[in-house]
Every structure is written in C-alpha cells, then in structure tokens.
Design a protein. Sequence first.
Length: 185
Amino acid sequence: MELTVLYDRVKRLILNTDEAWEAFKLEPATIPDLLGGYVLKLAAVPAVAHFLGWWVIVGFWSSLSRAAVFYALSILAVWVTSKIIGLLSGQLGIEEDDSKTFKLAAFGFTPYFIAGACYLVPPFMLLVPVGGMFGFYLLLHGIPIMLDVPREKSASTAVLVSGAMFLMFLIIGRMTGGVLWPHKP
C-alpha cells in the first residue's frame, strides 16, 4: 500500500468515520494484507518517534531496543485486540470472523498510532492517550457496521475492547519506559 493510499485511509477514518467503516467493511482485505499494508506501517510511527525522542535521554542502543520492543508490542496489541473482539462476538450473538475482527482492531488503533508521533518530544507523550480515546469513538462506530449488530448492543463491547486496549497501552508504556531498561541518572 502506497503512503498516499495509507494517508487517505487514515484521513477518511478520522474525518468521515461511518463512511470509512462502510468502505472498510466491503474491502476484501485479508489479515496479511492489513498487517503488511496498514498495521506494520502505522505502528512504525510511534516506534520511530519513540526511538528519536528517547535517543538523547537514554542513548542510542537503549533507545533502539526500546523502539523495537515498542514496535513488536504494538503489533501484538492489535492481534490481541482482534482476538478479544472475536471472543466478545458471542456476546453479540454473531459468528466470529477473524478478518472482520482484525479490521476492527487495526483501524481502531489508528488514532493511537498517529498520536504516537508525540513520542518524538517526550513531554508530549502525555497526549498519546488522547489518540487512544479517539480509538474508542472509532470502535463505537465501527463495531455495529463491521459486525452488523445494533448500536445499543455494541456499546458494551466497545467499552470492554477499549478497556483492554487501554490496558495494553499501559503495559507497552511501562515496558518501554524503564522497566526493562533503566534510565540514565
């Protein structure tokens, strides 16, 4: 996927949320397509920003290793979220569809990945959770469209999934913020 297509997709998702979800629902994208063409590219935004932002503070190698772990955990978080959505599909009374649940997770993480650019300036990293909150909004709109369930039934699922995503944000932040690598004094 070219960067202009990626940019257009992100822009449409943020500015025309329901319209974007309707379009994504009709796309025949497979999990490998979404992983390689969307998730791997967008997950690089916070990882690279994290590397550059922390380089001066903790040094090149420590910053590079943090960024690598950050990148891997971000991708893993998308996969775990898709599995959580799949498990909650039964609560909604629908059959689990790995492709749809992965689309929901991948596109639900979009604001977090974009807001991850704030890691470039470490004090601004406090703004990254705002992206995560917008991810809740995207899930609130995306679950009923992607899974064909009434909005009322999907709200509790969006809350549970967003809670799991927030927990993953905390784990990723903790693991890349000093638990594995001590800061320089």
